[in-house]
Ligand binder design. Structure first.
Ligand code: ATP
Ligand code: MG
Length: 508
């Protein structure tokens, strides 16, 4: 009986609250624009009844499906869907949202794996971000940009010594399939540990297994602590793949605006271009070269123009971009690779021939270039690897020619011997980025001819013996090198002496 009474009291109270709310509520007519789906395709839809919709406005379909209004025609709107279209049918309602697509940004995204609209994919619960930002933004104006001055160490000897990258630069990683493109980007992220660089890895159109492996590697090498992962895998709606790199950049810009240094890896922009081609053809936009739409250049340049180094008065942050592009049969002059080469500040070209020969990383030095990074390189590198790039490229050419002749003069033979040793030194396994003092120890020893007497098969073990000379024996010099000071000749001599002693004891 008591229970009945208390239930009745509770009900009365609830009804009273309803009554109060209803009497106090101020009913006003509100205009909601609702359109109707007339056609649903794989990844796109057409909608009528939304005459005021804006370009690139987010539209809400039933079942939480989102879409972007890309084609505004006279009679209807061409919409790109950000989710799969299985549950949509013609006749469904579509509502305007009056906002552009945005993603959550903030510190809480570090260590998370999200899709390009900010939905968590890692099973660690909802994203709690205080702020959201639109996925497209005007790039920083020229006035607010500063020259690139600080190096971004990849941890690879061949890149840091010969094709140096600066913070705020855009360096393309280019090569055929399975040549180690992702490996270079991931090792660069792993090498940013304790270097105050926020990293963002954006996977576009990749197989789920490949993405899972990358996330696993990042976790294994403790790199997820400072990395966010944005994923639109190959079976995601093409619309979602299309917005992925913009979303990753928006997230990066948030950290750059706080004055931090950011590294964004886009893996890869060839798949991005393909997703955009698919969308454009579905939207019946006219195809151009290789069936890509005419604005594909603009698509990538407006993305990569957002990476920059900001002036101190703007916080001094930077956004470095490492876009990846896949070539087919080493064709660098295909449409998308040439576009990207001309947009970026240089490229690292990975050659399948070198990869097959086991020369890893398979960087083709002759075809790789860094247009702004050279000025940022730490002075110690210039002291030990000054003209190495040129002489190494010459060696590669000489080697190709020397195959045809049996008798070679003394000088050519020495150049070839030296070059082979340099190539051996530049080999580096995955997940083993080297610090600056380690690289300098090895490169200096090599330049001084310390390894000239070591047999080529023994070079890698010899290199491991000398790599810690600066850190272990000359910690002050090591600090000075990292601080960007000159590597004095006397210090160089002492380091070489030490290296000689180690190698001599090894040869005996
Ligand atoms: N420096 C290296 N040392 C040893 N193995 C390497 C090295 N770099 C790459 N690999 C191996 O080569 C293979 C291909 O590398 P990766 O997946 O990075 O290539 P990719 O060009 O990104 O391929 P895809 O075209 O499929 O994206 C992997 O098995 C990787 O472990
Ligand atoms: Mg890859």
């Amino acid at each position: 009986m008591d229970i009945d009474l208390s239930v009745r009291a509770l009900l009365d109270e609830t009804f009273n609250t309803f009554d109060d709310t209803l009497t106090q509520h101020n009913f006003k007519p509100r205009l909601i624009e609702i359109g109707e789906v007339t056609y649903v395709g794989r990844g796109n839809a057409r909608v009528i009844g939304l005459p005021n919709v804006q370009s690139e406005e987010l539209l809400q379909f039933p079942n939480h499906v989102l879409g972007l209004a890309l084609n505004l025609d006279m009679d209807d709107v061409g919409v790109v869907l950000l989710d799969h279209s299985d549950q949509l049918t013609a006749g469904d309602e579509v509502r305007r949202t009056h906002r552009l697509l945005d993603i959550p940004v903030g510190e809480s995204l570090i260590g998370r794996v999200i899709d390009p609209v900010g939905r968590p994919l890692d099973g660690h619960g909802p994203i709690s971000a205080a702020d959201r930002r639109p996925y497209e933004r005007e790039p920083a104006s020229i006035i607010n940009r500063a020259p690139v001055t600080v190096p971004l160490q990849t941890g690879f000897k061949v890149i840091d010594a010969l094709i140096p990258i600066g913070r705020g630069q855009r360096e393309l990683i280019l090569g055929d399939r399975q040549t180690g493109k992702t490996a270079i980007a991931i090792d660069t992220i792993i090498n940013q540990r304790n270097k105050n660089v926020v990293c963002i890895y954006c996977a576009i159109g990749q197989r789920n297994t490949a993405v899972a492996k990358v996330i696993d590697d990042l976790r294994k090498y403790d790199a997820l602590e400072y990395t966010a992962v944005v994923v639109a895998e190959s079976d995601a709606a093409p619309g979602l793949q299309f917005v992925a790199p913009y979303a990753a950049t928006t997230l990066g810009e948030y950290f750059m605006d706080q004055g931090q240094d950011v590294l964004v890896v886009y893996d890869d922009l060839t798949s991005h271009a393909r997703a955009y081609r698919e969308l454009s053809l579905l939207l019946r936009r006219p195809p151009g070269r290789e069936a890509f739409p005419g604005d594909i250049f603009y698509l990538h340049s407006r993305l990569l123009e957002r990476s920059t180094h900001l002036r101190d008065s703007m916080g001094g942050g930077s956004l470095t971009a490492l876009p990846i592009a896949e070539t087919e049969a080493q064709n660098l002059s295909a449409y998308i690779p040439t576009n990207l080469i001309s947009i970026t500040d240089g490229q690292i070209y990975l050659s399948p021939q070198l990869f097959q020969k086991g020369i890893l990383p398979a960087v083709d030095v002759g075809r790789s270039v860094s247009r702004v990074g050279g000025k940022t390189q730490l002075p110690a590198y210039r002291a030990v690897a000054g003209d190495l790039r040129l002489s190494y490229a010459q060696f590669e050419e000489l080697e190709a020619f020397s195959r045809f002749s049996s008798r070679l003069d003394e000088e050519t033979l020495t150049t070839l011997e030296r070059g082979r040793r340099v190539r051996e030194i530049f080999k580096q396994s995955q997940y083993q980025p080297l610090s600056v003092p380690q690289q300098i120890s090895i490169l200096l020893s090599m330049a001084a001819g310390v390894f000239d007497t070591t047999g080529i098969p023994l070079i890698r073990s010899a290199e491991q013996r000398v790599q810690n000379i600066l850190v272990d024996e000359f910690p002050d010099v090591s600090e000075a090198i990292l601080a960007g000071q000159k590597f004095s000749e006397e210090d160089q001599r002492e380091t070489i002496q030490s290296a000689r002693e180690i190698i001599q004891s090894l040869n005996q």
